[in-house]
Design a protein around this ligand. Structure first.
Ligand SMILES: [Zn+2]
Length: 346
């Protein structure tokens, strides 16, 4: 099906967006205009839930197209043993190629200390260590209790520091809004773990709803409380919202997190990705939907909508037969769409 033509291009903002990663938003931008960043996680979160293995040259095409669309942080893969996730066995090669893309923060998932060693060796800019706030999910998924993961974070931090690497250590805390195995996850337990991982040396932590249980009120309340917990550890420690659209509340949850102060979101082009513990689940919030939502609120992201839609068409071709999700691609942008505020690149 041919795609409608879009008029909104906002791809000139990326230089400043990338600068946000290392300095504070206000000093970098010198403006009150709101900004947010999107981390594309399709090459990891998306592909790990799809059985087929995409050839490396296709992934590289995907990576470069995402970068060209203005994404300045991309999770390119995962350093898990290839026998567990053969789809992601080429992560080291993807990191190597991604490091050549200007202004890109290259991020990888690491399941444990061994994975962290490989991430540091690869030269990736950031590593994301998953931790399940749900005890039952943690045992099922990681075969470790949450506090064992906290201890491992301490070890990874020591390893990272001793190696002289500057690979940023981020924790992605999943099942923070509920769990398919144990049901309710106490907010107090989530907050305890946020504090524990920051104490252990994590430099950033994000809250994730990988199973699609979160609702906007819960998201707003938990993020507000988590910001309080994280504040004493320094600005920007609580740094990401990760939502799946399993029950249709993905974008509502992004909005609720934005309202609570979150300025960085994970998303997958085409809304791909699921969760082995949430059967039938639709995927992550779609990058193009999140770009549209933020732009509709006048929030600059540096993302080029046309380029995101072209990439979506490519992804649909590469993953033919796999369900894609998301909304904005069906009808295209409304005529009333406000372009993101124009700004000169610095
Ligand atoms: Zn996810």
């Amino acid at each position: 099906m041919p795609l409608p033509k879009y008029r909104w291009r906002a791809g000139v903002e990326w230089l400043k967006l990338h600068a946000m990663e290392t300095t504070s938003m206000t000093t970098t931008l010198g403006t009150d205009s709101p900004r947010a960043s999107v981390r594309e996680v399709g090459l990891r979160d998306g592909l790990q839930s799809i059985a087929r293995t995409l050839p490396t040259p296709i992934k590289l095409q995907w990576l470069r197209a995402a970068h060209a669309a203005g994404l300045r942080e991309i999770e390119v893969g995962s350093f898990v043993p290839p026998r567990l996730l053969p789809q992601l066995a080429d992560t080291a090669e993807l990191v190597r190629e991604a490091l050549a893309l200007p202004g890109l923060t290259v991020s990888v998932l690491v399941p444990n200390l061994k994975g962290a060693e490989r991430a540091i060796e690869s030269g990736a800019h950031a590593m994301l260590l998953p931790l399940s706030a749900s005890h039952a999910h943690s045992l099922a998924n990681l075969r470790k209790a949450p506090d064992d993961v906290v201890r491992e974070i301490g070890e990874i931090r020591r390893l990272r520091d001793a190696s002289g690497s500057r690979c940023l250590l981020e924790v992605g805390m999943s099942t923070t809004f509920g769990c398919t195995i144990q049901g309710r996850v106490e907010p107090g337990e989530v907050l305890r773990l946020v504090r524990a991982v920051l104490e252990a040396g994590a430099e950033r932590v994000g809250l994730a709803d990988t199973v699609g249980y979160a609702d906007p009120r819960q998201v707003r309340e938990l993020f507000e409380r988590a910001f309080e917990v994280a504040r004493p550890y320094g600005e920007g420690r609580l740094a990401c919202g990760h939502f799946h659209d399993t029950r249709g509340l993905g974008l509502a949850n992004v909005y609720a997190a934005w309202e609570a102060g979150v300025r960085r979101f994970d998303a997958c082009n085409g809304g791909i990705g699921g969760c082995p513990h949430a059967p039938g689940a639709s995927g992550n919030v779609a990058t193009e939907d999140v770009a549209y939502l933020l732009a509709s609120m006048g929030v600059g992201t540096g993302l080029d909508f046309d380029a995101l839609m072209t990439l979506r068409t490519s992804v649909a071709g590469w993953l033919e037969g796999e369900p894609l999700h998301g909304h904005i691609w069906r009808a295209g942008l409304p005529k009333t769409m406000r372009p993101a505020p124009a700004r000169e690149a610095s």
